[in-house]
Design a protein around this ligand. Structure first.
Ligand code: CTP
Length: 411
């Protein structure tokens, strides 16, 4: 349990607002000081009287209430807390936050605050899944706002189910306590950064039904995208054909060929960090057939003339002004892992190469674990075997540190 903190709870208008009463009680039990702001809509669901009785503080609602403003101005309110929790956060409140509105006390305080903000969304699944809401959430995450939930389940509306329920109080408390843990504030080290990740195999068509591909599962790339997002980055994940669950809050661009992948990376720039985790097919078929190639008696098997694909990593690392500040490549090798990776660092002009052994006995391709070496201009750092999720987290934390060092050096 963390030491007592000052928590400002912004209660939005939603049927789940009643859970805030329980949340306040649990926070107070833990010794925290809680002050509440209720949006106008929240009054339809809980009364200021009950919220005030539990917080033991006057409940604030109106930006233009002179008495309230004299007692504690909204700027001070924004600064005087250790954490702002928005629960339940409606689609409208999230949209206002993303747009930087300040037309009521809740939004004005959020805009004026320099403190961590935790948002617990609650809305109808259709609203949560709308592109507009997704855009707003991605924007807020990129701005360093943390989210907990929504949970998936039955909605208050009969017969409706899906993502959109306010998380239960214990989960909310856990998310709050996590922020107060040592290092919890460090969580968003990539806030405000744009990270582009390429992932998975590419499929190079032979004819409309056949293609050249490789065994890449895309797991490491998806983990990298998820880790970057967890650390607060805006993430564009450019992936070849894979069947993996989509990491939440990440912009996914699905492509098939290497040429499409290069185009998608270019379209995603500028970026602070680009990680090339894709197992791009080295060759494509010279002239793919537009109709299915047929067998015929007496006809010999077709020969495939291949052309080398453009090296996406190398191309982007050689871009002028658009070159991401940190270009990270992977080196999939089956022998002399470090030696080959060192060559790739130079020939591709990458800042870092993450080298791994992908020989069948390593179990890396499609497996859960990875054993990698981080190769930079200053040396080789060999990491013990760990899960792909851990590898991803370590790479992204290190990338955040590198960006900071680069910025400090530039200042
Ligand atoms: N890469 C790329 N575009 C390509 C080929 C590779 O962006 N057309 C990137 C990969 O995403 C990876 C790095 O280059 O980050 C190294 O890929 P790898 O397959 O290990 O090396 P290759 O350059 O293909 O060389 P080789 O297959 O001869 O080892």
């Amino acid at each position: 349990m963390s030491s007592p903190k000052r928590i400002l709870l912004i209660i939005g208008g939603g049927i789940a607002a009643y859970k805030c009463l329980e949340l306040i009680r649990r926070l107070k039990e833990r010794g925290h000081h809680v002050r509440a702001i209720m949006t106008e809509a929240a009054h339809q669901f809980v009364t200021p009287l009950s919220v005030g009785a539990l917080t033991n503080e006057r409940v604030l609602t109106d930006l233009f209430n002179l008495d309230e403003e004299r007692e504690i101005g909204h700027i001070r309110l924004a600064r005087d807390s250790d954490l702002i929790v928005v629960a339940p956060a409606t689609a409208d409140l999230i949209a206002r936050m993303a747009g930087g509105h300040a037309d009521n006390l809740a939004t004005a305080v959020l805009l004026a605050s320099d403190k961590p903000v935790l948002v617990a969304p609650a809305m109808n699944p259709a609203m949560w899944l709308k592109p507009a809401t997704k855009r707003n959430v991605i924007q807020l995450k990129a701005d360093g706002i943390r989210f907990v939930g929504p949970a998936i389940g039955e909605m208050a509306e009969r017969g409706e189910a899906g993502p959109g329920r306010l998380v239960e109080v214990p989960e909310l408390i856990e998310a709050i306590e996590r922020i107060f843990e040592p290092g919890g504030q460090r969580d968003h080290v990539l806030a405000g950064r744009h990270v582009v990740v390429t992932s998975g195999p590419t499929h190079e068509p032979i004819d409309p039904v056949r293609y050249l591909a490789n065994r890449s599962s895309g797991k490491q790339g998806f983990e990298l995208a998820a880790a970057a997002r967890e650390l607060g980055a805006r993430v564009t994940l450019i992936t070849g054909p894979v069947s993996l669950p989509e990491p939440q809050g990440v912009d996914i661009v699905r492509i098939k060929t290497a040429a499409e992948m290069l185009e998608a990376v270019r379209a995603a720039l500028p970026a602070d960090v680009a990680v090339f985790a894709a197992a791009v097919a080295d060759w494509r078929v010279d002239s793919p057939q537009t109709e299915k190639i047929k067998k015929a008696e007496g006809k010999s098997a077709p020969t495939l003339a291949l052309t080398e694909n453009t090296d996406i990593l190398k191309t982007i690392a050689h871009e002028g002004a658009l070159r991401p500040r940190l270009v990270i490549g992977f080196a999939a090798e089956t022998q002399d892992v470090v030696a080959y990776a060192k060559k790739k660092l130079k020939s591709k002009r990458a800042d870092w190469i993450i080298a791994n052994d992908v020989s069948p006995s390593s179990g890396v391709m499609g497996g859960e674990n990875n054993t990698v070496h981080l190769i930079t201009a200053s040396g080789v750092d060999s990491w013990p075997e760990m899960s792909k999720a851990k590898v991803a987290r370590k790479i992204m934390e290190r990338a955040a540190g590198e960006l900071l060092a680069k910025r400090t050096a530039a200042e």
